[in-house]
Design a protein around this ligand. Structure first.
Ligand code: PA5
Length: 443
């Protein structure tokens, strides 16, 4: 089975009758999703997207990716939040975090995801003198981080190849018909791709938002979508064996027992950005109305040497969800060392993945003894198919979990607060009244 939710290490933290008790609420959540009559139901375009996606656009995405791979050394993807995390997460999970260094051909870099001048300067240095293309991604078309990075990158591109050729190298993923970016793209003749109205940023990785960078990285988007489609068929059915719903139920049972933090963990560093994507998905979906499970993440065994102490013996406020990837992309056989000078021959004559697995098993037992509930998501490997499968699993689980928590899992009103203050402090027209008030507070 591609993705399997397991409670085998949960021990006595949740009893089966607690799943039985919460299940009617899961049924209600499922019914609301399917009937599209729950909170935020304007944003359910993701639910059957792996089946109903725009096939004509999908073909254009493949063609654009092939062109970029043929005519560019570098693709710079400018976007933030939902317009950034999913693409990078899939590329790094499937191809590895060092794909740019290990493979010949197109290099992919992400920017527009901070306001750091150092970061943007480094991206410019990467592009200078190279054949590069830009994929600017913004549903609203007005996000400051993305727009600023794009303005600077576009200038460099036009300086290097001229405005006409630059227009052939800029790909804009944005709203179908409105917004500053869409207007600019139409005026300049950039090829455009659509962020559907009914798909929120954190659910957009399987639209052009994620698919163009993923395809440009040389990953089969057919396989990603097939994985998601098979996952959709499985997790859209209500039943006690629906693992996505069982995971959502387990999270909420633990939350109601005072567990306020979920740590998503994986023993594969290539999963780091998938963790970041998960944090946005669940954080923006659930963290509102003074409620929600705080989504945190660790990569083990790396973080056992930093966060391990807290998890073992600190405040008992968390549960752990381990993503157990059964098969590494590349294994490594540990050879015996003559003389055993480093004392490590007890590890020899086996694959390193076995050592990694024993570290995981030992940690699970230790953390369970330390009073931390352990959930587990098992998956065969980080192939394109299985990563697509996992994405849909998380989507279904997150939507259900948000409804169990009685929040609208599809809005993000809190994200606007910092923007309002930032614009006022920067003197953006229209924010004058707030400027003086905020400046007084900063004195
Ligand atoms: O989930 C969200 O809505 C946000 O994280 C957005 O994706 C992010 O703010 C970027 O927005 P936009 O695509 O409009 O530039």
């Amino acid at each position: 089975m591609s993705v399997h939710f397991s409670t085998k290490h949960l021990g006595s933290f949740i009893k089966e009758d607690e799943f039985t008790a919460i299940w009617p609420q899961v049924e209600t959540a499922h019914a609301q999703l399917e009937a599209k009559n729950g909170p935020g139901s304007d944003f359910l375009g993701w639910m059957y997207l792996p089946r109903d996606y725009d096939k004509e656009e999908f073909a254009r995405i493949k063609a654009a990716a092939a062109k970029i791979r043929a005519d560019s050394d570098v693709l710079v993807v400018a976007g933030i939040g939902g317009s950034y995390l999913g693409a990078r997460a899939v590329v790094e999970a499937v191809k590895g975090m060092y794909h740019n260094d290990l493979e010949n051909g197109l290099k992919i870099y992400f920017c527009g995801n901070s306001i750091s001048p150092t970061y943007l300067n480094n991206i410019l240095d990467v592009c200078r003198g190279k054949r590069f293309s830009i994929n600017v991604i913004s549903k609203s078309g007005t996000t400051t981080e993305t727009s600023l990075a794009f303005r600077v990158l576009r200038k460099l591109l036009e300086e290097q190849v001229g405005a006409q050729e630059a227009n052939q190298r800029i790909y804009a993923t944005t709203d179908r018909s409105k917004g500053t970016l869409k207007e600019l793209a139409d005026k300049q003749g950039w090829q455009t791709f659509v962020v559907p109205d009914d798909v929120g940023g954190r659910y957009s990785v399987l639209t052009a938002v994620g698919l163009l960078p993923i395809a440009a990285a040389g990953i089969s988007i057919d396989e990603v979508m097939q994985g998601a489609a098979d996952s959709m068929v499985r997790f859209s059915k209500l039943g006690p064996d629906n693992d996505a719903y069982r995971y959502a139920a387990a999270r909420n049972i633990l939350y109601r027992k005072g567990k306020r933090v979920e740590i998503m963990e994986c023993y594969e560093p290539d999963f780091t950005m998938m963790n970041e994507w998960y944090k946005q998905l669940f954080g923006e979906s659930e963290g509102k109305d003074n409620k929600g499970i705080f989504p945190a993440s660790c990569i083990f065994s790396t973080d056992l040497h930093s966060m391990g102490q807290f998890i073992q013996e600190g405040s008992r406020l968390m549960f752990e969800t381990i993503v157990d990837v059964k098969k590494p992309a590349k294994d490594l056989f540990i050879e015996p060392l003559e003389g055993n000078f480093d004392g490590l021959n007890f590890l020899a004559n086996q694959n390193m993945s076995i050592v990694n697995r024993k570290a995981m098993e030992g940690t699970i037992l230790a953390h369970t003894d330390g009073g931390v509930p352990e959930l587990m998501i098992e998956m065969d490997d980080l192939s394109a198919y299985n990563v697509g499968y996992l994405i849909y699993f998380y989507w279904r689980a997150c939507a259900c979990s948000g409804y169990l928590l009685s929040v609208n899992p599809f809005n993000q009103p809190g994200v606007e607060s910092y923007k309002k203050n930032m614009f006022a402090l920067l003197g953006k027209p229209g924010y004058e009244n707030l400027t003086a008030e905020l400046e007084a507070k900063l004195k």
